[in-house]
Design a protein around this ligand. Structure first.
Ligand SMILES: Nc1nc2c(c(=O)[nH]1)N[C@H]1C(S)=C(S)[C@@H](COP(=O)(O)O)O[C@H]1N2
Ligand SMILES: [Mo]
Length: 201
């Protein structure tokens, strides 16, 4: 874990190993707050599917097909724009490298679409190379509906509004477009280390 590899600088000054792991303006919480712009959808597995479309060979997986893809355990720190950070969260998910394939997606963008209508936009390069997952497990359990189950995007290096809950569809685009919160004034990219909270930051 990164708390170990950060070495004694962190351990001398902070027994929790949090030194250097909390972006500016954030505080660490042990809770897992729920932040949703609308009601929690409850899509049964037999009605759930996951698709990639747009500037990519379209592909749809049923729940069984999706769950038979190779998956990984991911330990990551997450950072919400409302200033809470949660360290060492443990997820189970399918890498977007698996879902989007090996083609070069340089200069392309991804719009994530969710049950309930939420959207968020990301540069394709930010979801490839082991940086993003469609997560179906949290803390060794199935991902609870309020946290995005059956499955959600997990993009821990960006503010957590980019980690779209109840994600069903990734649309690959050759141009960028704002998603839900990006339209309402959140930053288009959302790097917590540069405090890109709102447009203009
Ligand atoms: N579909 C959907 N995904 C979403 C949201 C939402 O309202 N709808 N909220 C975002 C925001 S602002 C945050 S901080 C995180 C919160 O995830 P959590 O409720 O699991 O903590 O989900 C993000 N993903
Ligand atoms: Mo958020």
């Amino acid at each position: 874990m990164s708390s170990v590899s950060r070495g004694f600088r962190g351990r001398r000054r902070d027994v929790g190993g949090e030194e250097g792991r909390v972006p500016p303006g954030q505080y660490v919480t042990q809770d897992f707050p729920v932040l949703s712009a609308g009601p929690t959808p409850h899509t049964p597995h037999d009605q759930w599917s996951f698709s990639v479309e747009g500037a990519i060979t379209p592909r749809t997986w049923t729940w069984e097909e999706f769950r038979s893809l190779p998956s990984e355990t991911v330990t990551a720190d997450i950072h919400c724009v409302t200033r809470w950070s949660k360290l060492d969260t443990v997820w189970e998910g399918v890498s977007l490298d698996t879902l989007l394939g090996q083609a070069d997606r340089g200069g392309m963008f991804v719009m994530a679409h969710c049950d309930g209508g939420y959207t968020t936009n990301l540069p394709a390069q930010d979801v490839l190379g082991g940086q993003a997952w469609v997560a179906f497990g949290y803390g060794g359990q199935p991902l609870p509906p309020e946290h995005g189950g059956p499955a959600r995007l997990l993009v821990p290096h960006l503010y957590f509004w980019k980690s779209a809950k109840w994600v069903r569809r990734l649309l690959l685009l050759d141009h960028d477009m704002p998603g839900f919160w990006e339209t309402y004034g959140y930053h288009n990219y959302g790097d917590p280390w540069r405090e890109q909270r709102y447009s203009g930051d």
